[in-house]
Design a protein around this ligand. Structure first.
Ligand code: HEM
Length: 443
């Protein structure tokens, strides 16, 4: 059966992706059309056409499964992101309540406090790393709201173990299964397994402690208390796998989004956007409440525009077809991979006029459909943490812009760099602190 056209070489496509992760998909769409095939085993049909995206997200979820389960040795084989069918639905329902919009107010104070703590040393004249600071903030937020660790020392210990595990992970282990052997305790896999065991022990101890303590309302405690339709709870092993998924899926993603927001807002050509945002924040007074910051309409538009202009991955979470599907006029057979190409959809002039320009106003003028604008994916697997990520992006960016006058240390455009499953800024978004508004009653 004929698949949509596309490049001939999978290796060359991969090289192009690493060289220009943001530009490659729009370039392929220009060459081959909005629905194209990247060769491989299986071939992956990507589409940026809203009709094609709708076909993927509206399909019966039982006819699709995650394309790759290669990361089961990292996340566990019951990790929500790796399972499909009725088991995925059951688990997702159990995990959903802590991520519903109404819960976010409870997390906002921690997000703001942690942002203030991590920028306490930002003094005028200093050059600071926007991405690095965002990474530290988002990791601490996860540790507090997910694991309930309110003490900085407790957060530091688990944070260190998790960072060692994630940063020490060699991508080669993901690509070559034959490397996943312990070889008598030496080599990258043995080192990975040692760190993984240490994290598991620590998380298991936190689960045991949470079972003893009924008065908590962090996500870990909510997962322990969750019951499915038959009244069954999640096992400890299951809770641990899902907690680690939340760290992996929620930490670097949010940090990258904050970093892109800082980058876009401080580009010289976007000075009017920054001014308008500052004025909106100033109107909230010297100590804005996080829930008021999170509701600001222009900040909301800025955050949406950040995720449109700088999507985190050009075609995240590909699926494998378990039944044939019609896509872009092609009859795709079962077995083929399909992916919504966010990187194409978000830069389509028909959906987002003047697509390369950072113009938050577009979101105040028109609401794009969920198949034209999909930073969190869609359908039955739409990002579980979307409400939390949206809230955190607003509170952290809002707090930083309210508190500091910043400028980019370099005005060189940042074309992005592949960072594990995401595309982040290549140069860390270095910023020079120009001014700092004092915290009333604080330092
Ligand atoms: C700006 C930040 C974030 C972005 C852009 C983002 C984006 C995404 C995308 C595109 C997917 C795949 C959706 C699909 O398959 O259609 C996803 C899945 C997921 N995300 Fe996020 N994410 C972010 C933050 C978070 C946070 C903070 C958490 C939790 C703490 C989280 C948890 C998850 C989980 C658990 C899944 C798997 C859902 C499933 O398979 O049912 N994400 N995310």
């Amino acid at each position: 059966m004929a698949l949509p056209p596309g490049p001939r070489s999978s290796l060359w496509s991969l090289v192009r992706y690493f060289r220009d992760p943001m530009g490659v998909m729009p370039a392929m769409a220009k060459e081959y059309g909005e629905t194209f095939t990247i060769p491989g085993n299986p071939p992956l049909v990507c589409t940026g056409d809203p009709e094609g995206i709708k076909a993927i997200y509206a399909a019966n979820p039982d006819t699709l499964e995650p394309l790759s389960k290669d990361l089961a040795f990292v996340l566990g084989d019951q990790s929500l992101i790796l399972i499909g069918g009725p088991e995925h639905r059951r688990k997702r329902k159990l995990m959903m309540p802590p991520f519903q919009g109404a819960r976010m107010r409870a997390y906002g104070a921690a997000m703001q406090r942690i942002t203030e703590q991590h920028t306490a040393q930002w003094e005028p004249g200093r050059t600071v790393g926007g991405h690095e600071t965002a990474q530290r903030i988002s990791l601490e937020v996860i540790l507090e709201v997910v694991f309930g660790l309110r003490e900085p020392a407790e957060r530091a210990e688990l944070g260190r173990q998790l960072t060692e595990l994630l940063e020490g992970f060699s991508p080669l282990l993901g690509i070559f299964p034959w490397l996943r052997r312990e070889f008598g305790g030496i080599g990258p896999y043995a080192a990975f397994r040692r760190r993984q065991r240490a994290v598991h022990e620590r998380v298991d101890a936190l689960i045991a402690a949470a079972r003893e303590d009924e008065g908590r309302d962090d996500i870990l405690s909510l997962l322990i208390g969750a019951r499915d339709e038959d009244g069954a709870p999640m096992s400890d092993e299951d809770v641990r796998q899902q907690l680690l998924l939340l760290v992996v899926a929620g930490h670097e993603t949010t940090a990258i989004a904050i970093a892109w927001g800082l980058y876009a807002l401080h580009q010289p050509q976007n000075v009017d956007v920054l001014e308008r945002l500052r004025a909106e924040l100033r109107a909230l007074g010297p100590t804005p409440q996080p829930e008021l910051v999170a509701k600001l309409p222009y900040l909301d538009a800025v955050c949406r525009e950040t995720l449109r202009r700088h999507p985190l991955a050009p075609a995240p979470a590909p699926r494998r077809l378990l039944a044939p599907m019609t896509l872009g006029g092609y009859e795709l057979p079962a077995g083929v991979g399909v992916a919504a190409a966010i990187g194409v959809a978000h830069l389509r002039a028909q959906s987002h006029p003047d697509p390369l320009r950072f113009r938050p106003e577009r979101f105040l003028e028109r609401k794009p459909s969920p198949f034209e604008y999909l930073p969190y994916g869609g359908g039955a697997r739409r990002c579980l943490g979307a409400a939390m990520a949206d809230y955190e992006l607003r509170v952290v960016l809002g707090t930083l812009v309210h508190r500091f006058g910043l400028r980019l240390a370099s005005n060189e455009p940042d074309r992005g760099k592949v960072r594990a499953a995401n595309v982040g800024p290549a140069h860390g978004v270095k910023l020079v602190v120009e001014s700092r508004r004092p915290v009333p009653g604080g330092s």
